[in-house]
Design a binder for this molecule. Structure first.
Ligand code: GDP
Length: 297
């Protein structure tokens, strides 16, 4: 598969980090994602259903870009990883200061450790009078998450997603962590991307949100994703604007797919339509073989 080969060192350029926010339900993941983007989409939330706000990029005060992935829940993170899609560079673990280390907090810690991804702890809801951040830090010790003030190496920051306090500090810590990782990708090649999510849009047809993992995706590019071939009809950025091309670590919507791919699928640009059809057909045959082999006799 194309995802396995590597680009020569000299072709690599620094790229923004890709961050996933994890934590227990109601500890403020959506609020934080929302606050960092600077928009309020929880408005109009109906029947307790959290509205989708999508993945996006922010720029720190120092001009560094950070990509935030909107992965709906820990299951998606794990499934993506099982499919070889290790797209997250840094996990922000949200813990509510008025609550504690809850089952999904522990789950998030375990997933993060299994993925070998560095973690930053965001102690949220600091605006609440009952907030007790030291309790959180102490409780984290039991799960071998040792923050800096306890002579560990995990960065932590006290925030309020609601009041939007200390968010710049959180971004700075992410940027600092990213610097240590020396993240790079080759921009000047045919693009490869990972599908973050996809759906059938009434007006636009199949739409996939993808994260560019290397190369530059351009309008008009021919690609294969899963067992389908397609041609980039439009690229839509996190502001909802159509753009001509997208480089490494950018989350974008792609239009022009032949069907709805699965989260974790690789989207790979190929030379031409004939090649796309060949690859797609080969993959379809493989998929059929697999099904036949697995079918009960
Ligand atoms: P999620 O389930 O982790 O995505 O949590 P949400 O972002 O949906 O937040 C759960 C609840 O906590 C909502 O009612 C939020 O308004 C509230 N909340 C989130 N962040 C804060 C915060 O910093 N301070 C306070 N007081 N409430 C918050």
């Amino acid at each position: 598969d194309t995802a396995e080969d590597q680009d020569p060192e000299e072709t690599l350029k620094p790229r923004p980090p890709v961050v996933t926010i994890m934590g227990h339900v109601d500890h403020g993941k959506t609020s934080l994602l929302d606050a960092l983007r600077g928009t309020n989409v929880t408005r109009g939330e109906a029947g307790g259903i959290t509205q989708h706000i999508g993945s996006y990029q922010v720029t720190t005060k120092d001009g560094q870009k950070i990509t935030f992935l909107d992965t709906p829940g820990h299951a998606a993170f794990t499934e993506m990883r099982q499919r070889g899609a290790n797209v997250t560079d840094i996990v922000v673990l949200v813990v509510a200061a008025d609550d504690g280390i809850m089952p999904q907090t522990i789950e998030a810690i375990n997933h993060t450790k299994a993925a070998g991804v560095p973690m930053i702890v965001a102690i949220n809801k600091m605006d609440k009078p009952e907030a007790n951040p030291d309790n959180i830090r102490t409780r984290l010790l039991e799960h071998e998450v040792i923050v800096e003030s306890m002579s560990g190496d995990v960065q932590d920051v006290e925030i309020s997603a609601k009041e939007k306090t200390n968010l710049d500090e959180l971004l700075e810590k992410i940027a600092l962590q990213a610097e240590l990782l020396e993240l790079k990708a080759r921009p000047d090649r045919m693009a490869e991307a990972r599908v973050i999510e996809a759906q059938l849009d009434k007006g636009r047809g199949p739409v996939a949100t993808v994260l560019i993992t290397r190369g530059t995706l351009k309008r008009g590019d021919t690609f294969v994703v899963g067992t389908q071939s397609g041609r980039v009809r439009a690229i839509v950025n996190d502001q909802g604007k159509q753009i001509k091309e997208a480089g490494p670590a950018m989350p974008v919507e792609v239009l022009g797919l032949g069907g709805v791919p699965r989260a974790g699928d690789v989207l790979a640009v190929v030379e031409n339509e004939q090649r796309a059809r060949e690859v797609a057909q080969y993959r379809q045959e493989k998929a059929t073989e697999k099904r036949t082999a697995l079918a009960p006799t």
